[in-house]
Write a protein that binds this ligand. Sequence first.
Ligand SMILES: NC(=O)c1ccc[n+]([C@@H]2O[C@H](COP(=O)([O-])OP(=O)(O)OC[C@H]3O[C@@H](n4cnc5c(N)ncnc54)[C@H](OP(=O)(O)O)[C@@H]3O)[C@@H](O)[C@H]2O)c1
Length: 297
Amino acid sequence: MEHSNTAAPSAHPPLAEHGQTLGVIGAGVMGHTLIRGLIESGAIAREQIWASARTETTCEKAAAALGIPVEVAYQHRVPGAGMILVCVKPGQAAKVLHTLHGASLRPDTLLISIMAGATTAQLESMLGAPNPWVRAMPNTPCIVGEGMSVICAGRYARPEHLARAQRVFEAVGECAAVDETYFNAITALSGSGPAYQYLIMEALADAGVRVGLPRQLALKLVAQTALGAARMVQTSGRHPAALRDDVTTPAGCTIGGLLMLEDGKIRSVLARAVEEATRIAAQLAPAVSQPGGTAAS
Ligand SMILES: NC(=O)c1ccc[n+]([C@@H]2O[C@H](COP(=O)([O-])OP(=O)(O)OC[C@H]3O[C@@H](n4cnc5c(N)ncnc54)[C@H](OP(=O)(O)O)[C@@H]3O)[C@@H](O)[C@H]2O)c1
């Protein structure tokens, strides 16, 4: 894995205080990725991390791949944790929070949720204890150190909690602090966004094959062009429309291609896709159980 952010860990206070640990509940795609990023960037020592999964199969695979303890029963590790990342599906939230509540969770343990749809107010209410919460929305390119994550603070979280959470996600890409009201839109835009980009790249590669290119070459051309265009937007400080003009010769082939995209209503199709994903993101909230009570999952 490569990381875009390789800031020296010694420049920051430790993510976990001496003698404390960082727990990751849900060692699936995102949990696994965050653990790898944290260890490989040097943000935390391998010996300070533990994780959990629902099945022994996942636990064994994750423990072997990551070199950390991964257990179905993690209650005994909760009291020693200074920070816990909740990386399960939203439907498992109530069960996990009930377990944390009953496992002598320290009142100052920072809890970070990456669960789509679960608001900080819901998480605080479900936990039934005034622990600081930070809500985050990462995306899968975290796997290659090019993630885009956003974070926001809950009612009991202070700026230092947000700063610690930011370091977690900067270990696997970019991270921005935002207002929580943006989360459903962000889930739809950058959380789901990689899937839109893959579909567009697949379609463009097919188009390359249609005009006679070998598939592997077409895919290489498309992927590197997407990467290059993204870097141009990030580094030039210019509007995408101005960058597009640079490619568009009068009466040339690019303006012809752009016209066909506009004929196909590409702008409104993309807008409708994000609108629909935002609507669905708003419905992903976990069922809220009584504080510290059992889950209706
Ligand atoms: N994938 C994305 O693009 C993405 C992006 C942003 C946010 N998210 C959010 O990230 C969360 C995880 O997504 P994911 O794609 O990583 O899902 P995933 O691959 O299915 O991982 C979920 C993990 O949670 C474990 N788990 C389930 N119930 C548990 C419990 N009660 N205690 C401990 N571990 C438990 C599962 O264990 P088993 O494997 O043993 O079942 C699995 O390893 C979701 O809430 C999602 O909204 C995902």
